[in-house]
Ligand binder design. Structure first.
Ligand code: ADP
Length: 160
């Protein structure tokens, strides 16, 4: 059974991420959601908060595990014995960056492949940053994140 990692910032996790994760979990034996510390992106949620939210939204998948990592995704994949990196492709605009990163990762470790999944069309224009912006300006995000994520976003952004 193949082990895969799904690395990302998940600031916060959205229905788009969960769509990709569900597809990946039905194909691979185990999927590690690998939450990047990513201090350069200056995340809204701390690493512990991001992990807690993902855990609460994925408890129904017995083969999904949540972990954190710092540094290169290929090194993390190697460390946990994974041979696949999962990424999501929303639109052509993602392609350039993802293609470059997949080839660079393969250059660094040829035994690890990147596998892309496409989300449901409803999520192709969805990102964590748009969700954060909508909440900041008082918009409705019910269709884009689980209830618990919505509540934490409102709490966090209103306290600022
Ligand atoms: P990163 O900083 O690594 O891009 P993100 O949390 O933004 O972290 O994204 C992690 C992965 O999830 C990326 O492959 C991204 O393309 C994918 N992703 C993000 N949002 C969506 C979505 N709405 N539908 C499908 N894939 C998505």
């Amino acid at each position: 059974m193949k082990l895969a990692i799904y690395p990302g910032t998940f600031d916060p996790v959205t229905n788009g991420h969960l769509d990709i994760l569900e597809r990946a979990a039905s194909v691979f034996g185990t999927v590690y959601v690998a939450v990047a510390k990513n201090i350069h992106k200056n995340p809204l949620f701390t690493i512990d908060e991001r992990i807690k939210l993902i855990k609460e939204c994925t408890s129904q998948y017995p083969n999904v595990k949540i972990d954190q990592f710092e540094g290169l995704a290929v090194d993390y994949a190697h460390k946990v014995g994974a041979s696949v990196i999962i990424r999501g492709l929303r639109a052509i605009s993602d392609f350039d960056y993802e293609f470059q990163m997949a080839l660079m990762n393969r250059h660094m470790n040829d035994s690890i492949d990147t596998v892309f999944f496409m989300p449901h069309e409803d999520y192709t224009y969805l990102s964590s940053s748009t969700v954060r912006e909508i909440v900041r300006f008082g918009g409705n995000i019910n269709a884009f994140v689980p209830e618990i994520v919505k509540n934490e976003l409102i709490k966090k952004l209103r306290s600022k």
